[in-house]
Write a protein that binds this ligand. Sequence first.
Ligand code: CTP
Length: 414
Amino acid sequence: MTAASPAGERPAVVLGVAGGIAAYKAAELLRRFTESGHDVTVVPTASALEFVGAPTWEALSGKQVATEVFENITDVPHVRIGQQADLVVVAPATANTLARAAHGLADDLLTNTLLTARCPVVFAPAMHTEMWEHPATQANVATLRARGAIVIEPAEGRLTGADTGKGRLPEPTEIFELCVDVLARGTVADALDLQGRRVVVSAGGTREYLDPVRFLGNRSSGLQGYAIARAAAARGADVTLVAANVSLPDPAGVTVVRVETTGQLREAVLTAAKDADAVVMAAAPADFRPAEVSEDKIKKAADGSAPSLGLVQNPDILHELSTGRPRAASVIVGFAAETGDATGSVLDLARAKLARKGCDLLVVNDVSGGAVFGSTENQAVILGSDGTSREVPTAAKRVLAHVIWDEVAARMST
Ligand code: CTP
């Protein structure tokens, strides 16, 4: 029935392109796939070819493209393309293509492919806000999700004309990253173990202002938190990412709430956590803030003296989430960037922190030497409040992200 690529062969990706103005962005997505060693078959709809012609798809994929089932008929493409795929991604997916897919129509090569594919299927919708919000489209999206497809929430922003709103295609790089995550997890059942779950992730480092232009901050880049949010979206979760001062593109399909200070981070996380299944606190909130914030820029004193800074402690969000009654979410994850000291090793201190914070899992990074900040790799030990300990050797931050979700998924209430 299914025919995923044998080991060593290039993963087979079908890129379905529907007829929307965002079709031009699919050319960039195609490049990402081919340049990273994927074997891509592009299946545009007839109306997609009104926006971007066949020569573009053929030049970038190195293969002929067809839109109808009666082309290249000796290859039986309407069956073969779907059967041999490891992943089908439809980007952009228009309201019409979502409707055809939801209702099982088979009136062109793309819809035939969707019916024959048994691999994970990702839809990246793009359309005007009204069309996205229409009950018919929402019902079709719900049907597709219930059948195991990943339908990425569209991004907000400028649409085709002068109007803005929800309905933009997420950045091609972000759709690509999500697809790579989905591909790495293989089968539909494995890929979508967080389907129907609501999760909250915090990322980045907070800023505590002294005056309108100066702040106390830290070196957190947000890369690990973004990888965690992206991995959850790739596993089908509904993800809210609370981002403190991060300059990375929004992960595809993730709702991003931007904050600056620890106070704002607390508000945003507690609000989003209300009906969440899991919260991962990957952010580095400042532990202290200036006792007073000057409304005007602090000036240098003529006598050369420096102002003294009074600091007050910020609320501990992780502790509040974990110990609040009712508890914020069924699984709560904290991070600890530790160095050992005279009182104990990194792991001794981390175990004590896990108990103090009251969370279920603590992801412990040994940051002696500042190794983790801004790096694309990470290594960690994940401690469980149930006494478990899992070591994750140095690997891409996305690998650690998936191990964290494996541990969370195993602890989620059914
Ligand atoms: N954290 C939080 N609120 C804070 C500070 C930290 O929610 N005000 C969370 C972080 O997001 C992280 C975890 O707590 O998940 C550990 O942060 P860390 O700074 O190591 O903890 P501290 O409480 O500052 O511990 P220490 O006693 O070592 O200062």
